[in-house]
Design a binder for this molecule. Structure first.
Ligand code: ZN
Ligand code: ZN
Length: 268
């Protein structure tokens, strides 16, 4: 089934498409189900901090769910920026807000926002490659074990800039850490996302890459979600078919969708 489980509408500060435009375009593309995953940030330094309006978002989601009933399944999701030091705040916030799908994403490593060009350049010039990668996966591991998330977004995002400064991220280099994360996911039922945006960025492969997905499958991982991480209309549904093809080739049979936090398997 064609799903896109990582989409930002204008309820995220860095998106240029309204929720209505998202739904219209998703129908045109033949997508059957979407999860909207607006940014929710807990770090005051973040560009999107304080921007997300839960009440207005919830109202708009309900409106679109009604309008598109029978044509498009729309899930109310959120992409939470995870940092270990904000875990209590995040937990408290999630307790008092309801979602179908809570995506946990690590955007910071060694106190550096991976989207900011100059700080990232400094990070890679001041720290050793393996130190950065290890720190990143340590944070992802904590996100998995926090028990707050249905899925983990772009679980090796650090390679986006890492691949520019240090060459491709090879699974061999970081295998121990990745296995630890994947085993924790399988044990706790947290699902990895195949984030297709990596295909349109320097790594030229999804987050995570084919090797990691194969490893997850070999370890017994059954479910994944797929998301385009789109912020503009032309990115919506980006490379969903490529992702499905990749997953089928590895041997996956099901995708995970979510309803009020409960995993609902659908055919890949
Ligand atoms: Zn993200
Ligand atoms: Zn995102």
């Amino acid at each position: 089934m064609l799903i896109d489980y990582h989409i930002h509408s204008t309820f995220s500060r860095d998106s240029s498409m309204t929720l209505r435009e998202v739904c219209e375009r998703a129908c045109q593309l033949g997508i059957k189900e979407i999860a909207v995953t607006e940014h929710m940030d807990f770090d005051p330094r973040d560009y999107s901090y304080g921007y997300f309006d839960y009440e207005a978002y919830s109202k708009e989601i309900e409106l679109e769910q009604e309008k598109y009933a029978g044509r498009l399944i729309i899930k109310k999701g959120v992409e939470v920026d995870y940092q270990q030091r904000n875990e209590k705040k995040i937990g408290k916030w999630l307790e008092s807000h309801s979602f179908d799908y809570v995506l946990g994403s690590v955007h910071y490593v060694i106190d550096t926002n991976l989207s900011e060009i100059e700080p990232v350049r400094r990070l890679f010039s001041q720290h050793r490659r393996m130190e950065i990668y290890k720190e990143y996966f340590k944070e992802v591991q904590a996100a998995v074990l926090s028990g707050m998330f249905n899925a983990i977004g772009h679980m090796d995002l650090v390679k986006r800039q890492g691949s520019v400064y240090m060459g491709p991220l090879l699974l061999e280099d970081i295998k121990e850490e990745v296995i630890e994360v994947l085993e924790a996911m399988i044990k706790t039922g947290v699902v990895p996302e195949v984030n297709t945006s990596g295909w349109r960025q320097p790594p030229r492969e999804p987050f995570p890459g084919p090797d990691t997905l194969k490893l997850y499958h070999d370890l017994g991982g059954e479910f994944v979600t797929i998301g385009s991480d789109s912020h503009q209309l032309r990115q919506l549904g980006f490379n969903l078919d490529e992702a499905r093809e990749l997953l089928r080739g590895i041997g996956f049979q099901s995708l995970a969708t979510f309803d009020k936090g409960r995993l609902v398997p659908v055919e890949l």
